[in-house]
Design a protein around this ligand. Structure first.
Ligand SMILES: [Zn+2]
Length: 287
């Protein structure tokens, strides 16, 4: 273990991507979860709001990397002092490496370089994450009251943002919000599924209760519950596009957007618009 020097936020340069702060409302376990996710699963346990990435507004600077440093195969893991015991810092680094390996397999491609992975202290215990993919820097914030697994869940999502940047290049930064956050959530897989086998199963109760939102809904200004539900819906929609229409077409679609939800060229790639694809997805959810 060694100490990293304080790095000025200014020195880290401009930020090209912020991913949403995402709060998991459940704790990932390796044992199967309940067969049905009840409607309150996305509504409880939030302790802080999530900042949205708003076009035209400045992105928060990364927190300076200060704390204990551990090196893994593709990761440099830094955790803020006071969060974990020395033993848990080692476990955290191993957990994060396992998460990166898992999401790389699921996403279908690996990181093209080392990833600076910072776990910091969340003010007010508001679990959240952020990815600065142009800098190969991902950050997640937690507190001593939360189990280690919660921040690993968040980081799994942030890792996929980095893998997407590595796969798609800088155009990733302008991706349709549906695809940008959908692919990161889908790629995080079991770290977000709370024991459910897939995102379609996770969403079925919400569909049955008529709680789903239109896919082309921006999270900006929405409640935390809506933002989380949108993430799950977008993950399932990504799953649908890849499963039904193939990865190659999805990859071509991903780089056509301009950030706004629904801005990708669905007609150009699938010969049908988002509304038609959304209806197909809703039917597919029941299969
Ligand atoms: Zn994200």
């Amino acid at each position: 273990m060694s100490r990293l020097p304080q790095i000025s936020p200014v020195a880290l340069g401009p930020i090209l991507l912020i991913s949403l702060l995402v709060l998991l409302v459940f704790r990932y376990t390796s044992t199967p979860g309940p067969a049905i996710v009840t409607s309150w699963a996305l509504k409880n346990n939030f302790t802080a709001p999530e900042p949205a990435s708003v076009p035209g507004e400045p992105t928060p600077l990364p927190e300076p990397l200060s704390g204990t440093f551990l090196q893994r195969a593709d990761l440099d893991v830094i955790s803020a002092d006071g969060l974990f015991s020395p033993e848990d810092q080692v476990r955290l680094a191993a957990d994060l490496e396992r998460a990166l390996n898992y999401v790389s397999r699921r996403f279908g491609s690996s990181s093209t370089g080392r990833i600076n992975t910072y776990v910091g202290v969340a003010a007010g215990c508001g679990l959240h994450g952020i990815a600065y993919t142009d800098q190969r820097l991902v950050q997640a914030f937690t507190c001593t009251d939360l189990p280690r697994s919660r921040v690993v869940n968040i980081m799994a999502h942030e890792f996929v943002h980095q893998l997407a940047h590595d796969r798609y290049g800088p155009q990733h930064l302008q991706a349709d919000m549906i695809l940008l956050e959908g692919v990161a959530t889908w790629g995080a897989g079991e770290y977000w599924l709370d024991g459910q086998p897939n995102f379609a199963m996770f969403l079925r109760p919400y569909k049955q209760n008529n709680q789903l939102l239109p896919l082309a809904t921006s999270y900006v200004g929405r409640s935390i519950n809506d933002m989380n539900l949108l993430y799950y819906q977008w993950a399932s929609f990504v799953d649908f596009l890849i499963t039904v229409y193939g990865r190659e077409t999805f990859d071509a679609l991903y780089i056509t957007g301009s950030h706004a939800p629904g801005s990708a060229d669905y007609v150009g790639l699938y010969g049908k618009g988002l509304a038609e694809l959304e209806q197909e997805w809703l039917n597919w959810l029941d299969q």
